[in-house]
Design a protein around this ligand. Structure first.
Ligand SMILES: [Fe+2]
Length: 396
């Protein structure tokens, strides 16, 4: 019997046409107790809709790990490696993650202090605040009035040595109530988005690609992104732009000689577009903060050169130019009508297609607002598929 689903609720101002496929609420099925047939159906639904919500379920860390692993049975370790985060305490991810001792692939994240939690006597959690990452921050006065920012748009991925996880699961155990906030883009556009407190915001990489003008689609289908070695250590001193979609270029990144030991063969060079295994759609999947260079292939034989960018191919390794181009290509995809901001309820279990969406932490909690989530993703057993030859011919 087919699993019953319902569309995600559309926010006021959402682009109904572009958002219609994004997200499904899964009814009357427990994500930890799926039959093999149900699991196959859930996989198809996930790749069609990019995010699934199982509301009001009690899920153990073991069940969460098992479901996450079911999407990639040969995967084993947490997406950034077990019990460590990007090799060193210098990584910007380090303070945000605590491991569940019994199931080290599952991380406890959140805000405030949690006691006697799954074998952790006491865990001090901190919801990341944009003032610790952005070059400038919303004033205290405006924050009190309810304004906030996206923290950092990203894909869950080490982007060095390990392959990007296929899916991420997020389970909301403790969700503090509170007033809605308004995300300000602060980039001169006046863009704003009203969001629930502590939302996780998602955008579709497929939509991000679909809405690009023809010449940028041609560029995307021909481009690979080279990431920095140990990117989260490399970028640690750098600061984000106001939308959380990439870094400012102020020469603050570490020199390669200052990084933990690294080797050329572990550097990740990934296609700009990742192919959806079920729908065949191309998803624009770039972690803008970690990107160091772009490798552009020439136009294929016979393609029109009219208005083409880099028709003969190029390597761009000027960081400012890399970021400028990525921002031009990605910023349209995070426009307010294209963002899904999840309104977390306790015992919400969300499964998302990490190779099909970008997501970000949002908002600010006070220290007494206690939030506890379990997060799991697993470094994949294979690298993302890029565009096919047919795709290149179609879009180049
Ligand atoms: Fe994430």
């Amino acid at each position: 019997m087919a699993i019953e689903t319902a569309p995600f609720p559309l926010a006021p101002g959402a682009d109904a046409a572009k958002m219609q496929y994004f997200g499904r609420v899964v009814k009357d099925v427990h994500p930890g107790k799926l039959t093999p047939e149900q699991l196959e159906e859930i996989k198809t639904l996930l790749y069609q809709h990019d995010a699934l919500l199982f509301p009001n379920v009690v899920v153990t860390p073991e069940e969460q790990y098992a479901l996450t692993k079911a999407f990639d049975p040969n995967s084993e370790s947490y997406g950034h490696g077990n019990n460590k985060t990007g090799e060193t305490k210098k990584s910007i991810l380090h303070p945000d993650l605590k491991t569940i001792p019994r199931v080290p692939q599952v991380q406890l994240i959140g805000n405030g202090t949690v006691y006697n939690h799954e074998g952790l006597a006491e865990a001090k959690l901190k919801h990341p605040h944009h003032k610790t990452f952005h070059a400038d921050a919303i004033s205290d006065e405006d924050e009190k009035a309810g304004f906030t920012r996206y923290y950092r748009w990203h894909i869950d991925a080490a982007l060095y040595d390990l392959e990007p996880p296929k899916v991420t699961t997020l389970y909301g155990l403790k969700v503090p109530g509170g007033e809605a906030q308004t995300v300000r883009y602060d980039d001169g556009t006046g863009d704003e988005l009203k969001v629930p407190l502590g939302t996780t915001a998602f955008v579709s990489g497929a939509t991000m690609f679909d809405i690009l003008p023809r010449e940028l689609q041609s560029l995307a289908v021909r481009t690979k992104v080279r990431y920095a070695p140990h990117p989260y250590v490399w970028m640690a001193p750098a600061r984000s732009n106001t939308t959380g979609l990439g870094l400012l270029t102020e020469q603050k990144e570490l020199q390669t000689s200052e990084l933990p030991e690294w080797s050329e063969d572990k550097i990740k060079t990934l296609p700009m577009l990742w192919k959806n295994p079920v729908t065949g759609r191309l998803h624009y999947q770039v972690h803008p903060s970690g990107a160091a260079a772009l490798e552009i292939a020439p136009l294929p034989a016979g393609a029109s050169r009219e208005n083409a960018l880099y028709p003969d191919g190029a390597t761009i390794d000027d960081l400012g130019k890399v970021r400028e181009l990525l921002y031009k290509m990605q910023r349209p995809g995070i426009a307010p009508p294209l963002v899904y901001a999840h309104d977390w309820k306790e015992n919400d279990f969300v499964l998302f297609h990490n190779r099909g969406v970008l997501h970000t932490v949002v908002g600010a909690f006070t220290p007494d607002q206690v939030r506890a989530f379990h997060q799991c993703n697993l470094a994949a057993s294979s690298t993302p598929e890029g565009p096919t030859e047919q795709d290149v011919l179609q879009y180049a």
